[in-house]
Design a protein around this ligand. Structure first.
Ligand SMILES: [Zn+2]
Length: 688
């Protein structure tokens, strides 16, 4: 979801302003000295070794993960296990949108493939639209125009009715989850055919993540979608309450959507009947966008006035046919008012030759130019190309930000983003690049956003910062994230990152835990590992888990595996705790022919200590004090370096890459006077 500034309390927003201008640009990061590298980290962990880490910093493995490892579906190295499995589905859906009644009516068939080793007497289906029932449980404000009505539910050819009696075949709808008790259990390796007919009122523009404002229609969470049954939860049937997002399985889609003639549409997947719905002119322009390097205006205001955008259809309607393979959802947007820009995005190349490409598009209303929608194609193309290069190649046929109802804020979908609200050029790039970043996490790497929001939002926030630094040369979005986290924590909005999204006390705490802190923690990890090692591990995690369902332990184990380090202390203290980092430079003194740099760990977080040591003449040496100096609970550590040439300056965290709660007492010489200021009750309180 959104890179929602509205989630952030005012105090934190103020910090953002400071964050943008604060921070002296640090020198280019050198290759850090390698940290401690306990060999055979995976082996040590598997054997329950602790490597001298005090119990407070030990990462406990929950039973459901140990069980998955024992069954061979997951491993202690973060590679999917030899017995890894996941369910699959094939959806064939048809829907018609009636814009006068504001109703969607749909029908469809789901073939559900049980690849688990379990027999399933019951299956679960998402009924997300029930978030909008007047009596729904929810943790955000929404319109209450009603939920989804099922007119027909058929399992294996047998019509089912809503039942109250346990044990009998039938279905019951509890909030946003439908339970279907099957006439006969779905055996391991077998498949099930479900048929549905349904309808609902399309929500108004204040609904989250889709709806209509009378002009644009963004249709999401609109069909009965199978809940996820996986190897570590079984059925994951947490209710959709509003804040917490989604956990979706991979599937193929074949979808026919009927809307009025003259409206244009974009959707997840490929348009199969372009010749039936798009005019020859529109098709020619779209084709040219695939091959030229410029931005093509596929549909202009004049084209709309001349009614030359679509074909004529029948009875004032057109049916658009879409297909998509191996995606976790299918969504669509449509409007009579949209303009359409498109450009080729290069997603892979070799020796200067393009080897793969996609189409970056934007659909927007003419007045959207005030929010830089006429730049959205260029922004989107940059984001797709940047992430393709930085992470791995974007595999889908198109990526389309769509101008949506206000309530969308910014919301990601496979191959689409719905963006509502007003923006300047910086925030428009920000929201476009953020939502497109979600194509990697969670669209490709399909984690559970409800239980582990940071694997989706935190990673995307981190990626967005990389894209922004590239697009707005030198823009320090990482400093912004860090300020949001630190100021949020200071204001009492920090709760641990391992809570399900719906369990946070408020939206601000969710914002810190899902966005700002994890993005910041990744930067800190990159600083202590070195950028090449960090990026190698991050990419390897993606490579291993694309199209699959990773857990936090798969992410952590992959990092331990790829780096050859046991980082469990890091995962424990940053992800499970709300401790603070405060590493101070106590004093620097000459001892014989060497120099003693006395460090003090004043917070509960333990970390390696990156140092920059400047010598007479200006040469700067970078060093990293390994984390294990703190393992036994020591609060002070003396790091020694040679005394010649004379040491003139020492700085802790010279790249300002770590989320230090207190930035005083980081530089010598100036330490002595700062130390006193640094010991005020205010600072002591913050350090806890
Ligand atoms: Zn997001």
């Amino acid at each position: 979801m959104p890179k929602a500034l509205r989630l952030v309390p005012k105090t934190v927003l103020l910090a953002l302003v400071a964050g943008c201008s604060a921070g002296t640009p640090a020198p280019a990061p050198p290759a850090p000295t390698p940290g401690p590298a306990p060999s055979a980290a995976g082996v040590a962990k598997a054997a329950g070794a602790t490597n001298g880490v005090s119990p407070a910093y030990r990462l406990e493995i929950p039973e459901f993960i140990s069980r998955a490892v024992a069954r061979g579906t997951r491993t202690t190295t973060g590679v999917p296990g030899p017995n890894y499995w996941q369910q699959y589905a094939r959806y064939r859906l048809e829907a018609e949108l009636n814009p006068v009644l504001k109703r969607l009516t749909g029908r469809g068939r789901v073939v559900y493939f049980n690849r688990s080793p379990d027999s399933l007497p019951v299956v679960y289906v998402q009924a997300y639209q029930n978030l909008f029932r007047p009596d729904a449980k929810r943790n955000m404000q929404t319109p209450k125009l009603g939920g989804i009505d099922f007119d027909k539910v058929v399992a294996g050819g047998k019509p089912l009715s809503e039942v109250a009696k346990p044990g009998e075949p039938g279905y019951t709808v509890n909030g946003t989850i439908m339970e279907i008790r099957l006439p006969s259990a779905l055996a391991a390796g077998d498949s099930l055919v479900l048929d549905f007919e349904w309808q609902f009122r399309v929500q108004s523009e204040t609904a989250p993540r889709g709806g209509q404002d009378g002009e644009v229609w963004f249709i999401s969470y609109w069909y009965p979608q199978m809940a996820v049954y996986d190897d570590y939860n079984g059925w994951q049937i947490d209710q959709y309450l509003g804040r917490g997002e989604f956990y979706m399985g991979y599937a193929d889609y074949d979808v026919k959507l009927t809307v009025p003639t003259g409206w244009i549409m974009d959707a997840t997947g490929s348009l199969e009947n372009a010749a039936e719905v798009l005019s020859p002119q529109t098709r020619t322009r779209l084709d040219s966008a695939r091959t030229t390097t410029g931005i093509v205006h596929v549909v202009t205001e004049k084209d709309k006035a001349d009614s030359v955008v679509t074909t004529r259809g029948t009875g004032g309607k057109l049916t658009w046919h879409w297909t998509a393979k191996n995606v976790r959802d299918f969504d669509w947007g449509t409007s009579p008012r949209y303009l359409w820009d498109a450009a080729r995005a290069v997603t892979d190349s070799a020796n200067g030759t393009v080897t793969a490409s996609s189409v970056a598009s934007a659909f927007y209303r003419p007045e959207g130019v005030r929010s830089y929608w006429d730049e959205a194609t260029r922004y989107g193309r940059h984001a797709v190309e940047f992430y393709s290069h930085k992470l791995w190649s974007f595999p889908y046929p198109h990526m389309t930000p769509m101008d949506g109802p206000d309530g969308c804020g910014g919301m990601e979908f496979p191959m689409l983003t719905c963006i509502g609200g007003t923006y300047d050029s910086l925030t428009m790039y920000e929201v476009v690049s953020h939502e497109i970043g979600h194509s990697w996490f969670p669209m490709m790497v399909g984690s559970d956003e409800k239980r582990y929001a940071w694997m989706d939002e935190g990673f995307t926030q981190y990626d967005q910062s990389q894209a922004m630094a590239d697009f707005f040369k030198g823009f320090d979005d990482e400093a912004r994230n860090r300020n949001y986290y630190l100021r949020g924590a200071e204001a009492g909005y920090e709760e641990d990152m391992m809570k399900p999204a719906d369990k946070y006390s408020n939206d601000a705490s969710y914002g810190v835990a899902a966005y700002w802190k994890p993005a910041t923690v990744l930067v800190a990890l990159r600083e202590i590992l070195g950028r090449p090692t960090f990026e190698k591990a991050f990419q390897e995690y993606g490579r291993r888990w694309t199209g699959k369902h990773p857990t936090p332990w798969d992410f952590w184990n992959t990092f331990d595996d790829v780096t050859g380090q046991d980082l469990s202390w890091f995962w424990k203290e940053w992800f499970y705790e709300t401790w603070k980092l405060d590493q101070a430079l106590d004093t620097v003194r000459t001892e014989g022919d060497s120099v003693a740099i006395v460090l003090e760990n004043r917070g509960r977080i333990i970390m390696p200590v990156p140092l920059a040591i400047t010598r007479e003449g200006g040469a700067v040496e970078y060093a990293q004090v390994p984390v294990d100096v703190w393992f036994s609970g020591e609060r002070r550590y003396t790091y020694r370096v040679g005394g010649k040439p004379k040491v003139t300056r020492v700085e802790v965290d010279p790249h300002h890459a770590l989320p230090e709660i207190d930035r005083s007492a980081k530089i010598w010489p100036r330490g002595s006077e700062l130390r006193q200021r640094d010991n005020t009750p205010e600072v002591r309180r913050r350090r806890r």
